[in-house]
Design a protein around this ligand. Sequence first.
Ligand code: ADP
Length: 213
Amino acid sequence: MFLTERQEKIIDIVKKHGPITGEHIAKKLNLTRATLRPDLSILTRSGILEARPRVGYSYNGNSSLIKLANQLHKIRVRDFKSLPVVVGENTTVYNAAVKMFTEDVGTLFVVDQKGNLQGVISRKDLLKTTLGNNKDVQQLPVNVIMTRMPNIITTTNDETVYLAAKKIVDHEVDALPVVRTFIDSQGVEHFEVVGRVTKTNLAKILVELGEGK
Ligand code: ADP
């Protein structure tokens, strides 16, 4: 939002002296109350200033940012995740590439027979393998080239969109598997894949927040 010089001055006065009446703001600027009326109206409608009858104007500039931050800490992964696209550990690199095209995704999760997370395959993992003059992509299983557990960054249904986005940014990955953790009768921890969070999911949330949804 573009603010005029006079609107910036009004904000400064309200920040310093608020709550302050329109009359007093006008006096400080050597202007009439009537001249200021359109500016004050713009600043209150945009939420930068709050006007309370008989009290005056106070500074409210950060409230919409705080609301946005609150939203980002309220929305949970379960509310916006996508279905996971998975392949078995013995799937060939060739078939994994085909699956990326047919499912229209950039990341595949590699699972064992019980659906537990073993690894991740990205577009560049496949590119690297094919550019590396690997002639046997029709035979090579993905578990030879995948990034494997325990080095996979995961999220859970209960995590917030903020935390999931932070993991994606901090670890420079495009997607996170959503997992449900459980311990089997032998005391071994497993990560069942129950979803997928990608940069596209996050972009969609931004669009919805931008539309006030
Ligand atoms: P690309 O490399 O195709 O741009 P990514 O940035 O997601 O896609 O992947 C970069 C590297 O990180 C790849 O080697 C991939 O196997 C690995 N990777 C992708 N997602 C994850 C994840 N959630 N946790 C750990 N490693 C990942």
